[in-house]
Write a protein that binds this ligand. Structure first.
Ligand SMILES: Cc1cc2nc3c(=O)[nH]c(=O)nc-3n(C[C@H](O)[C@H](O)[C@H](O)COP(=O)(O)OP(=O)(O)OC[C@H]3O[C@@H](n4cnc5c(N)ncnc54)[C@H](O)[C@@H]3O)c2cc1C
Length: 484
């Protein structure tokens, strides 16, 4: 019987393992090696004050055509109060403002309508655009705001401040450090699922793994896929020797950091694109073929982090959804990391918390700072922006995601970069299997970055796990003319 090793127990790895078992492979022929001390990867639900808090993925993006929505909905695990948009910066009860001046509702509405209509127009215009998404957006925004319309509602510096806020928002959504690094035409590769874009889980995103492995309900334990025993935690894979002359029956040797060895016929790699960028030269023996190395190099992978700020009790009113930070442009070349904070927003189920989103270089910098320094800067900002509106009290703690410093993620999610366009490398190149010198496929690749149109999402990751499980099953059948 063929043996499959899956590197990584995130959404794609666990989706693949479940699918292989459902396809008929015995679970004893699957080994899942996970580097960290928990499963889930970039889906990481922790418990805070008895409620789930999402350090990584938070929302199910869309309903129709979204496999995660479908399986979570049928398990009755999703919240039904849809379209709240809480924590996102898009909720209606979010205030937009400068330190000394808040925009009125009409101004915010006008800006939002402008950016939404630009997003719509871009869908037909970007395919012929050779430059970055950022260059497109800035050019069109300027045209729309400053040339074609006469707006008495706001001045030029307010419009530019809003554009800068939207730039940070776009980086949060897209994952790039800067929207001038996102390929304009590549931006169109992403396919949105229609319906509520921000659906939340009742008991946290990690419930997904219980559903995938069919162990959500104790009363149906007979239906459980026997995979829990096949997941080995704290097993960081350091080498995959995939084309050796070994005469042993198993053609691949996988080595872990602790020296343990695992033989296999097929290896499915689900490590993040960030991990592959940092480790591809040492991980694979022999080196990967050039097309694969180029795909790993060219596709973009950025950093998006969350800063959860805790207070002893809420000092804001229940009708307040947060503040989006607007800043006047300055001549100074160097900015402080806090200039890249999107805003402070309320957090579902956590009435004492606010979340601040941060991306790119600023996020990587924050990850290395002491907590008290981050707290001081955030608390000073909050006082300046809303101290006059609320009886502000000092924060008492914070929880910071560190997706870049995590050596098994090295960033947050993938995007279509200008470099990928210049190199003409795409998700399909990353997804292709790698063949040994006898022409047999040995290495398979899943993970969000290998999805051609749902990259950067959990539903995309799940689909890629299923895709590769089906591919592995097909190859096994092809080799031996027998079902797995
Ligand atoms: C801050 C943040 C917010 C997000 N928000 C959303 C959201 O709201 N909605 C959404 O749909 N998506 C969101 N995403 C994206 C989503 O989390 C990912 O696309 C998805 O979880 C990726 O799954 P994956 O299986 O491809 O990779 P991963 O989850 O990264 O899984 C890979 C696994 O491989 C392990 N691994 C890596 N290297 C090794 C090694 N050498 N040996 C053994 N194991 C290894 C890792 O530890 C990890 O567990 C967010 C991500 C982040 C970071």
């Amino acid at each position: 019987m063929k043996h499959v090793i899956i590197v990584g127990a995130g959404a794609s790895g666990l989706a693949a393992a479940s699918r292989l078992v459902e396809n008929g492979l015995s679970a004893t022929n699957i080994t899942i090696l996970e580097a960290q001390n928990h499963i889930g990867g970039r889906v990481h639900t922790v418990t805070n004050d008895g409620n789930p808090l999402e350090i990584g993925a938070q929302w199910v993006h869309g309903q129709q055509g979204n496999v995660v929505f479908e399986i979570a909905e049928s398990a009755h695990e999703l919240n039904t109060d849809i379209q709240t948009l809480e924590s996102s910066g898009f909720a209606e009860n979010v205030v937009f403002g400068f330190e000394d001046y808040k925009l009125n509702k009409e101004q915010v509405q006008q800006f939002m309508q402008t950016v939404h209509s630009l997003e719509e127009i871009s869908k037909s215009e970007l395919s012929g655009w050779n430059k970055s998404f950022g260059e497109y957006f800035e050019e069109k925004f300027n045209e729309l705001i400053f040339s074609k319309c006469s707006h008495s509602e706001f001045d030029r510096s307010t419009a530019l401040a809003f554009l800068d806020w939207y730039h940070i928002m776009e980086n949060v959504i897209d994952g790039a450090d800067n929207w001038k690094e996102t390929c304009g035409s590549g931006h169109l590769h992403y396919k949105e699922c229609s319906g509520d874009p921000l659906v939340t889980w009742k008991r946290g995103y990690s419930t997904l793994f219980k559903i995938l492995m069919k162990n959500l309900s104790k009363s149906h334990s007979d239906q459980q896929l026997p995979l829990s025993d096949r997941i080995f935690l704290n097993k960081a894979v350091t080498n995959i020797d995939w084309d050796s002359e070994a005469t042993s029956e198993k053609k691949i040797q996988v080595t872990c950091e602790d020296g343990s060895l695992y033989p296999a016929d097929f290896v499915l790699v689900t490590a993040s694109l960030g991990f592959l960028k940092s480790n591809m030269h040492s991980l694979f023996i022999p080196a990967l073929p050039t097309y694969k190395k180029r795909a790993i190099q060219g596709l973009g992978f950025g950093t998006v982090d969350k800063i959860f700020i805790k207070f002893a009790k809420p000092w804001w009113t229940t009708d307040w959804g947060g503040i989006s930070l607007l800043r006047r442009r300055s001549q100074e070349a160097d900015s402080h990391w806090s200039d890249h904070l999107l805003g402070f927003y309320t957090v579902r189920l956590h009435p004492n918390m606010l979340i601040a989103w941060i991306t790119g270089k600023a996020a990587r910098q924050v990850e290395s700072l002491p907590e008290n320094e981050i707290l001081k800067v955030c608390s000073d900002l909050l006082r300046k922006y809303i101290g006059a509106d609320f009886p502000f009290t000092e924060p008492v703690g914070l929880i910071l995601s560190k997706w870049f410093s995590n050596p098994f993620t090295v960033g947050s999610y993938s995007y279509r970069s200008m470099e990928s366009k210049e190199m003409n490398v795409w998700a399909a190149d990353l997804a292709l299997p790698v063949y040994d010198s006898n022409g047999f496929p040995r290495l398979f690749f899943a993970g969000e970055a290998t999805h051609d149109c749902m990259y950067s999402t959990v539903h995309g990751a799940v689909e890629t796990g299923w895709r590769e499980a089906d591919r592995i099953a097909k190859y096994c059948i092809g080799f031996h003319n027998a079902k797995l």
